[in-house]
Design a protein around this ligand. Structure first.
Ligand code: PEP
Length: 250
C-alpha cells in the first residue's frame, strides 16, 4: 500500500478583505515557492469573495485553492449560491463540505452533503467531507455512532475515491483551544476507514479542531492522521506555515 500524502488545509471561514487576504495568500505563496517542491499538499480556502484574486495571487506557486462550500446543482435559480463548476472555473481544486458550521448553522443534512459530493466530483474537485461529534454526544458515549452515521449519510452511493478526503472535526474542539488526545483521533480515523470499507486505506483522513503550531507535529507523526484542517491558525501566514512545515517531516 502506497504511503498516503499529508494534506494541510486552511479554512479562512468568513474572514479576510481584499488587502489582508491577498497579503496572506502572497506570503504563503512566497514561502511555498522558496521550499518547492513540497512533500505534502497545501491548500487555502478563502471566502468566495476572495477566490479569484487569491487564485491569481498563488498562480505558479505550490499553494492550491479550495472553497468552503458549493451547491448541489450545476447552475440555475439558486440565489446566493455557487456551483462546483463555478469553483473549478476559478481554479479551485478542493471544496470543504459538511462543515459543522454548515450542518448546524444552515441545517445541512447528510443527504444534502452527499449531493454536493457528487456535484464536486463531477466538476473535478476533491471534496473534503467534515464529520464530528458534539460535546453532548461525546459525553454520552455516542462518538462512534455519530461518526458512522455521518459518514454513511454524507457520501453518495458512487463517488470518485481519489477525489475524497474526510476530516474528523469534533465540534467541541473547533475554535475552543481543546483537542482530543492523539490516541482518540487515531481510533476515530480508524473507524472512519472501517466505515469506508475497501477504499478506507487509500482515502486521506484529516484531523481538525484547534490545530496550532505547538500541537501540529504530534498529529502529523500519527500515521492514521493524513493531515490537518486548520481554522483560526490559518489566518496568520507565519503560524500557518509553521504548521504546514511540520508535515514535511513525515
Ligand atoms: C475549522 O473550523 O475547520 C477548524 C478546525 O477551526 P479551528 O482550527 O479554529 O478550531
Amino acid at each position: 500500500m502506497a504511503k498516503r500524502r499529508k494534506l494541510v488545509v486552511g479554512n479562512w471561514k468568513m474572514n479576510g478583505r481584499l488587502t489582508s487576504g491577498l497579503t496572506l495568500a502572497k506570503d504563503l505563496a512566497d514561502k511555498a515557492l522558496a521550499e518547492r517542491p513540497l512533500s505534502y499538499d497545501l491548500v487555502i480556502c478563502p471566502p468566495a469573495s476572495l477566490l479569484w484574486p487569491v487564485a491569481e495571487t498563488i498562480m505558479g506557486s505550490p499553494v492550491l485553492l479550495g472553497a468552503q462550500d458549493c451547491h448541489r446543482a450545476n447552475h440555475g435559480a439558486y440565489t446566493g449560491d455557487i456551483s462546483a463548476g463555478m469553483l473549478a472555473d476559478l481554479g479551485c481544486r478542493y471544496v470543504i463540505l459538511g462543515h459543522s458550521e454548515r450542518r448546524n448553522g444552515h441545517g445541512e443534512t447528510g443527504a444534502e452533503v452527499a449531493a454536493k459530493v457528487t456535484a464536486g466530483h463531477l466538476a473535478g474537485l476533491t471534496t473534503i467531507v467534515c464529520v464530528g461529534e458534539t460535546q453532548d454526544q461525546r459525553m454520552s458515549g455516542k462518538t462512534e455512532e455519530v461518526i458512522t452515521e455521518q459518514i454513511t449519510s454524507s457520501l453518495p452511493d458512487k463517488y470518485q475515491v481519489s477525489s475524497l478526503v474526510i476530516a474528523y472535526e469534533p465540534v467541541w474542539a473547533i475554535g475552543s483551544g481543546e483537542q482530543p488526545e492523539v490516541g482518540v483521533v487515531r481510533q476515530v480515523n480508524k473507524l472512519i476507514r472501517k466505515v469506508l470499507g475497501s477504499v478506507g486505506e487509500v482515502v486521506q483522513v484529516l484531523y481538525g479542531g484547534s490545530v496550532a503550531p505547538q500541537n501540529a507535529e504530534s498529529l502529523f507523526a500519527e500515521p492514521e492522521i493524513d493531515g490537518v484542517l486548520v481554522g483560526a491558525a490559518s489566518l496568520n501566514s507565519d503560524g500557518f506555515w509553521a504548521i504546514a512545515e511540520k508535515a514535511r517531516l513525515y
